[in-house]
Design a protein around this ligand. Structure first.
Ligand code: GLU
Length: 424
């Protein structure tokens, strides 16, 4: 009989506490009512479910699945589903709250949610992942819904899993409901531009940050941690706009080339070599911890939480940090980053391009219409730029970092919605 190994306890900050400490600071700046503060500090709903799955060898394994709805006051809740061995309730709670703030920052009509399954998809067959995904969707069929809660991809999931979720949910309803999930393959009602949307938003945020700092993209260097969907697209799109990408990393290690890595080549290599860069000859291998500390203009953490911590923040040399990942900077590192005068474009702004195009996908599904890639990109670029400018303005008005300003913008919108709707 196979049991699931408990995830190793990492010596890292609790992501929910990290989220709450920023929420608390922003709430104080806003003079948020105690009532609204108390409502927003706890999720609306937290579901934990056991998912028995028949494995290929005939054994049955029980996985743990989560879905946390942090808020649905602004509309149906929205957020991805993560497949990873580190998934736990505190992490999903933090990620769900971040989705509330993220959707509010870019001003799309959604609340925030997040889901996850504690599993290692790299060690599972496609059939096992499909059965697990269907089992999860079935367990959540009363939670999900195009007007209730709309899942999407996150770490360890992609269009393939979204197709299974859409199909399983549709079976439970006896009709095709494609607006129940976003990030689907194009033929199932996915949107053009969704795959690259998060990386594209990171690119827009980076250029906006560079403009404020008067960094010329054609003379700028950039290191990117994480070469998955977010990091690889951000790298490619920044390179297209003249930025020299001197370092990238993935699970196989970190790769450095002073002259700039050819991102198209790295992408092709990754696709042809099992999804990672091991053996890539266009760069030399360096210590992955060093990547964050390289002497570059821009640092894009686009992998996981808590990589910029109070231990390494002081050694960062970049002038601009753009958070492609959710929660890459621990709350304890914020003050160090600020004291060093580094501009950090926070996750809830920088990586909001993904959920923005998810919103467009949902709109198109409901319209029964398909937009061109050009329309999707133009509209999402505009939303990202407007959001950046709004947050930048708030940071000057309240004399706070971009991170706290983003929370202020988001919490203000959610708080106003509570004021108008009332009803406690
Ligand atoms: N998982 C992505 C995020 O963290 C996308 C969520 C969505 O599209 O709903 O923003």
């Amino acid at each position: 009989m196979a049991y699931i190994e408990p995830a190793p306890i990492k010596d890292k900050d609790n992501p929910f506490e990290s989220m709450m400490s920023r929420f608390h600071i922003a709430a104080q700046h806003l003079g948020l009512d105690d009532e609204v503060y108390n409502v927003l500090k706890s999720p609306v709903k937290q579901v934990i479910t056991s998912l028995p799955v028949t494995m290929d060898d005939g054994s049955i394994r029980v996985f743990e699945g989560y879905r946390v709805i942090h808020s649905n006051i602004l509309g149906p809740s929205k957020g991805g589903v993560r497949y990873d061995m580190d998934v736990n309730l505190d992490e999903v709670k933090a990620l769900a709250a971040w989705m509330t703030w993220k959707c509010a920052v870019v001003d799309i009509p959604y609340g925030g949610a997040k889901g996850g399954i504690k599993c290692n998809p790299r060690e599972m067959s496609a059939g096992e992942i499909e059965r697990l995904t269907r089992s999860y969707t079935q367990a959540m069929y009363e939670i999900f819904g195009p007007d209730r809660d709309i899942p999407a991809p996150d770490m360890g999931t992609g269009p393939r899993e979204m197709a299974w979720m859409m199909d399983q949910y549709s079976r439970s309803q006896g009709m095709t409901v494609n607006a129940v999930v976003t990030g689907k393959p194009l033929v199932l009602g996915g949107s053009l531009g969704r795959t690259e949307a998060t990386g594209r938003g990171v690119m827009i945020s980076t250029l906006a940050g560079m403009e404020k700092l008067r960094i010329n993209p054609f003379k700028a260097t950039c290191a990117i941690q994480g070469f998955g969907n977010v990091g690889s697209w951000a790298a490619l799109l920044l390179e297209e706009r003249g930025v020299t990408i001197t370092a990238v990393s993935d699970l196989s290690g970190a790769y450095y080339n002073e002259e700039g890595i050819n991102i198209a080549e790295a992408n092709t290599y990754r696709q042809e070599n099992g999804g990672h860069l091991e053996g890539f000859e266009g760069a030399e291998k360096i210590d992955p911890d060093e990547l964050l500390l390289l002497d570059v203009d821009v640092l894009v953490p686009a992998a996981i939480e808590d990589v910029i911590t109070k231990e390494n923040a002081d050694k960062i040399k970049a002038k601009l940090i753009v958070e492609g990942a959710n929660g890459p900077t621990s709350a304890k590192a914020d003050a160090i980053i600020n004291d060093k005068g580094i501009m950090a474009v926070p996750d809830i702004l920088a990586n909001a391009g993904g959920v923005t195009v998810s919103y467009f996908e949902w709109v198109q599904n409901r319209l029964g219409y398909k937009w061109t890639a050009e329309r999707v990109n133009r509209r999402s670029d505009r939303i990202m730029r407007d959001a950046f400018n709004k947050v930048y303005k708030a940071s000057q008005e309240y004399n706070v970092s971009l991170r706290i300003a983003a929370y202020i913008v988001a919490i203000d919108k959610v708080a106003k919605t509570y004021k108008y709707r009332g009803g406690f």
